[in-house]
Design a binder for this molecule. Structure first.
Ligand SMILES: [Zn+2]
Length: 261
């Protein structure tokens, strides 16, 4: 049976932050905005109002790309896209929907030096990817090109991937994927345009191959949109001998099941 995942919200697979959800992803005391909780430092400047606007993605999901289903189709069920197309990744998971609320938070990490948000995002991802984590060996970020890294001073994907490795106990591989050349800005490009733009833009240097070969690797980024960037990274890791490459992000688009990223 071919099933098109409904991304209408809220549905069984989508849940606005409730106390029950946040108890797992975030300490209740932080919701109450009481100072002094050990983990509250990681939520500095974020209010309960912000939390309740985030739409977390919950099961049932497409087993491969993590697209939320409207109905539980049983274990291992795949969405129409994953049934019809081989994905570059083996599994993808996202903590929440990419909308104006999650975008605001992610942009704070990306452009406003809110690196304190990274640990929180790492815990969101650890929860969203709980079903795939036991099979994984290592965590690695989607790379920024060097000049972008110089301008921004840090790679937001690495800021998330590092604490994710710490909370999951997986090995952290900081730099196995290189961008061959800076990709043009992705803004305004179509999905196919983005994929062409990043085609063959990634490679794994020889010195990293030994740490990649035969491993099950989790590729981390902040957002999954067309999947072009993740697809390029997954292909590079697989070409270097990775046995399996999964993708985990803070937020994914709701309109379409991404091809990968
Ligand atoms: Zn799918």
């Amino acid at each position: 049976m071919r099933v098109t995942p409904s991304l209408l919200m809220p549905g069984p697979g989508l849940r606005r932050a409730t106390r029950g959800v946040l108890d797992l992803a975030f300490p209740p005391r932080a919701l109450d905005e009481k100072p002094g909780a050990a983990n509250l430092a990681q939520s500095r400047g974020l209010s309960a109002k912000v939390w309740t606007r985030i739409v977390f993605i919950e099961a049932p999901l497409c087993d491969r790309c993590g697209a939320p289903f409207e109905y539980d189709l049983g274990p291992g069920a795949l969405c129409a896209l994953c049934q019809s197309r081989r994905q570059a990744f083996d599994h993808a998971r996202a903590a929440c929907l990419y909308d104006e609320h999650s975008r605001d938070l992610i942009l704070q990490l990306k452009h406003a030096d809110r690196t304190d948000l990274a640990g929180l995002f790492a815990r969101w991802i650890a929860r969203a990817a709980a079903d795939i984590l036991p099979d994984l060996d290592a965590v690695t970020p989607v790379p920024l090109h060097r000049w972008r890294l110089l301008r921004r001073r840090y790679n937001q994907a690495a800021e998330i991937a590092r604490p994710l490795a710490a909370v999951t106990g997986l090995r952290y591989l900081p730099d196995p994927i290189r961008r061959r050349r800076p990709t043009q800005s992705q803004g305004g490009k179509s999905g196919s345009g983005r994929r062409r733009n990043v085609a063959e833009a990634f490679t794994v240097p020889d010195r990293w191959r030994r740490k990649v070969e035969g491993r099950n690797i989790l590729l981390v980024d902040d957002v999954l949109t067309t999947g072009a960037t993740a697809e390029g990274c997954c292909r590079a890791l697989k070409a270097a001998g990775a046995a399996r490459v999964d993708v985990a992000v803070v937020a994914r688009v709701r309109e379409t099941a991404p091809r990968s990223t």
